[in-house]
Design a protein around this ligand. Structure first.
Ligand code: FA5
Length: 338
């Protein structure tokens, strides 16, 4: 082969040199660059390939194979180095991106329940401690459960006091987002034989414009006791026990005459703070005989009392929150205080 062109004579040495450089390449990008330079138009393979034409005809086949083998060796060297590097590059990337899930930066901050949920649970605990059971009813309510059964027939002016949100379902005006938790009284009476001692906390809806004391979606807790010979004195005693159990022994309660269609007599109940100031909490009264009848209970045999008050209001009174809307803006600085 002494008469072979220079490019072919040096081909083997060039490939050995290129293999050595590739084997030392520091990353896969460098391997790819070395490989494409070696196989590219200015590299030794192309030069040798161009020179094949100058080789004696009977040697061309051998020389052609030699050039092809050289190309394959370079490709194989590049692939081998790439495989080697891929493993260590992946290991390096993993090490770099490793997250220590047990690491704590600064003071650990543990979340807590929303103040409304805390108040809701405290109320349930207090009433359970007083012998009540917890009942519940649906948010989407029939007009009958929300009004008629509570002695508020169609056309009754008390319906206007509840700015109702109606749901497009069945006959127009027959389905409502419950405006208070009082329909749970009816549902309980219809499914449970007296004596009944339940509280029913839950979400209620009214077409009220949000302001510092009103929300269109808020929460109430209803109470219902049906037993023999239950009257106003039992109601007053229960409200007073609740006031002391929930707020503390420095608090007391009073009832003021009021009107609700579903109770007779009816009252508003207020709680007095240790500083002497009074806060209005909710409504209550002796269950109206028409309501007992709607619930399938004989008013000659059984009697009872009911109460209902706003949990959001209670929360703002308890914590001195000036604007009830602040509880629902999800401002972490506000919520962290509770
Ligand atoms: C009622 O809803 C009666 N169902 C309560 C009741 C139950 C009386 C059982 C007698 C027997 P009233 O509409 O007053 O009553 O609402 C009760 C309480 O809900 C209010 O005292 C207030 O604390 C709260 N409340 C009413 N409207 C809103 C509102 N838009 N936003 C926040 N709280 C409200």
């Amino acid at each position: 082969m002494s008469d072979s062109p220079q490019a072919i004579v040096t081909l083997n040495a060039s490939v050995v040199g290129i293999e050595a450089v590739i084997a030392e390449a520091s990353d896969t990008a460098a391997v790819t660059e070395l490989e494409s330079n070696a196989l590219g138009k200015n590299g030794p393979i192309m030069a040798a390939r161009k020179a094949i034409g100058e080789v004696a005809a009977e040697q061309r086949k051998d020389v052609g194979k030699q050039v092809q083998d050289a190309k394959v060796r370079i490709e194989a060297a590049a692939q081998a180095r790439r495989d080697e590097l891929a493993g260590s590059e992946r290991a390096a990337l993993l090490a770099e991106e490793r997250m220590d899930l047990t690491e704590v930066l600064g003071t650990p901050s543990v979340g807590h329940l929303h103040p409304l949920t805390q108040a809701w649970e405290e109320l349930e605990d207090t009433f359970i401690g007083m012998g009540f059971r917890v009942a519940e009813g649906p948010h989407v309510e029939s007009d009958w459960h929300n009004f008629d059964a509570l002695n508020i027939p169609k056309g009754h002016p008390a319906r206007d006091a509840f700015d109702s949100l109606y749901v497009n379902n069945g006959e127009e005006g027959s389905t409502v987002l419950r405006t208070h938790t009082s329909p749970v009284q009816i549902r309980t009476m219809l499914t449970q034989a007296p004596p009944i001692h339940i509280v029913a906390p839950g979400r209620v809806f009214r077409r009220d414009t949000a302001d510092s004391t009103h929300l269109p979606v808020f929460h109430q807790i209803e109470g219902l006791v049906i037993d023999k010979n239950i009257g106003l004195a039992d109601l007053a005693g229960t409200i007073e026990s609740f006031t002391q159990a929930f707020f503390g022994s420095g608090f007391t309660s009073r009832l003021r005459p009021n009107y609700f269609p579903f109770t007779e007599p009816s009252a508003e109940f207020d709680v007095q703070r240790p500083d002497g100031s009074w806060l209005e909490l909710g409504g209550c009264g002796v269950v109206h005989p028409n309501v007992l009848r709607a619930g399938g209970i004989d008013p000659e045999e059984w009697s009872g009392f009911a109460f209902g008050f706003g949990i959001d209001r209670l929360l703002s009174l308890k914590h001195g929150i000036d604007d009830i809307r602040d509880a629902y803006t999800n401002d972490i600085r506000f919520l962290q205080q509770f």
